[in-house]
Design a protein around this ligand. Structure first.
Ligand code: CIZ
Ligand code: SF4
Length: 301
C-alpha cells in the first residue's frame, strides 16, 4: 500500500479528521478533509463530530483547537512547527502594557500563544479582524503581536487609537516594493494581491489587501488573468486548482514559511499511527484563553 493509501486507511480506522492550512505543502493539502485559513479551520475543529483531529499547520492553530475543544485529541504532525511571530509576544510584558492603558480593549491576532490569548478580550484572524474590531465599543485598542496587520487595521478605523506591539511575520517581511514593481514592469496588467502581514510600503502599492481566503476569492472572481500573489506561496496550490487558466506570479522565491512546510505526509502518517504529538494546554491557561476565542466566534458571526 502507498503512503497515501495508508493514511486514508488509518484515518478511517481511527475516525480522525485531517485539517490543513493554505500554507501547507500541496500534498498535505490534498490529503486533508478541509483546507482553509485559521478562522475557517478553527470553526471546523470546534463543530466537527470527530474526536481526533490532525491539524496540519503550526502550533497556535492546534492550540486554539484544543482550547475550544478540550475533550478532543488534537495532533500536530510536526511538533516543532511554531510561528516566530506568535513567539514575539509574551504574557508578562502584555500585563505591563495593559496597566499603562487600563481602558483599552486588548485584541490579539490568532497567531499568538495560549498564554497571550489568556490576557486578551478577543482574538481575531486576518479574515475577520475588521468586522470584529468595528463591533468593539472601545476607542483605544491594544493590538498584538503583528504591527503590520495592526497598522492596516488602524488605517481602516481612523476613529480608534491603536497601541501596536512590535511583532511581525518573518516570511511576509521578506517582500519589498521592488519585487512587485519588477513583475509589474513585465506584466503591467497584473494585479498585486497582498496579505496585511506585509509591510506598509508593500500594502500601499498593492491592488488588493486580504487574508489568504480573501485573496483566493478575489483572484477567482476577478476577470483579470494575471495576479501577483504577495503571501506565503502555499496558497498557489488552491489558486491554480480553482483557476487553471489564470497566471500567478510570486515576488521572488522568498515567501516560504519554513514552519508551515515542516509537516510532511510521513509526519501525518506517523501521528495517526500511534496518536502521538497530542497538543495539551494547562487548564488555567486554557480557561483564560477560551474567552478570547469564544468572543471571536461570536463577534464574527
Ligand atoms: O489566518 C490565517 O489563516 C493566516 C495565518 C493567514 C490568512 O490570512 O489566512
Ligand atoms: Fe507565522 Fe508568518 Fe509562518 Fe504565518 S507565515 S506561521 S505568521 S511565520
Amino acid at each position: 500500500m502507498s503512503l497515501l493509501e495508508n493514511i486514508i486507511k488509518l484515518k478511517k480506522e481511527k475516525k480522525a479528521l485531517i485539517l490543513a492550512h493554505y500554507y501547507q505543502r500541496p500534498e498535505v493539502q490534498d490529503i486533508a478533509d478541509y483546507v482553509g485559513d485559521s478562522y475557517y479551520l478553527s470553526k471546523i475543529a470546534k463543530d466537527s463530530p470527530e474526536q481526533i483531529i490532525v491539524f496540519c499547520g503550526v502550533r497556535f492553530m492546534a492550540e486554539s483547537a484544543k482550547i475550544l475543544s478540550p475533550e478532543k485529541t488534537i495532533l500536530l504532525p510536526a511538533l516543532d512547527a511554531g510561528c516566530p511571530m506568535a513567539d514575539m509576544a509574551d504574557g508578562e510584558a502584555l500585563l505591563e502594557l495593559k496597566k499603562e492603558h487600563p481602558n483599552a480593549a486588548v485584541v490579539c491576532y490568532i497567531n499568538s500563544t495560549a498564554e497571550v490569548k489568556a490576557h486578551c478580550d478577543v482574538s481575531v484572524t486576518s479574515s475577520n479582524a475588521v468586522k470584529i474590531l468595528r463591533k468593539l465599543d472601545k476607542d483605544e485598542i491594544i493590538f498584538l503581536p503583528d504591527k503590520n496587520l495592526g497598522s492596516y487595521l488602524a488605517e481602516q478605523m481612523p476613529d480608534k487609537k491603536f497601541i501596536l506591539w512590535p511583532g511581525f511575520c518573518i516570511t511576509h517581511r521578506k517582500v519589498n516594493p521592488s519585487h512587485i514593481l519588477d513583475i509589474k514592469r513585465i506584466k503591467p496588467e497584473a494585479l498585486a494581491l497582498a496579505h496585511p502581514e506585509c509591510e506598509k510600503e508593500v500594502r500601499d502599492i498593492s491592488d488588493f489587501i486580504g487574508s489568504t481566503s480573501e485573496i483566493i476569492e478575489y483572484a477567482t472572481n476577478n476577470s483579470s488573468r494575471d495576479f501577483i500573489i504577495v503571501t506565503e506561496q502555499g496558497v498557489l496550490h488552491e489558486l491554480k486548482k480553482r483557476n487553471p487558466s489564470k497566471n500567478f506570479y510570486t515576488p521572488g522565491s522568498t515567501m516560504t514559511c519554513v514552519n508551515m512546510k515542516k509537516t510532511t505526509l510521513e509526519d501525518v502518517y506517523e501521528c495517526l499511527l500511534d496518536l502521538s504529538n497530542s497538543i495539551e494546554v494547562d487548564e488555567e491557561t486554557r480557561v483564560g484563553a477560551l474567552n478570547s476565542l469564544v468572543n471571536m466566534h461570536n463577534y464574527a458571526r
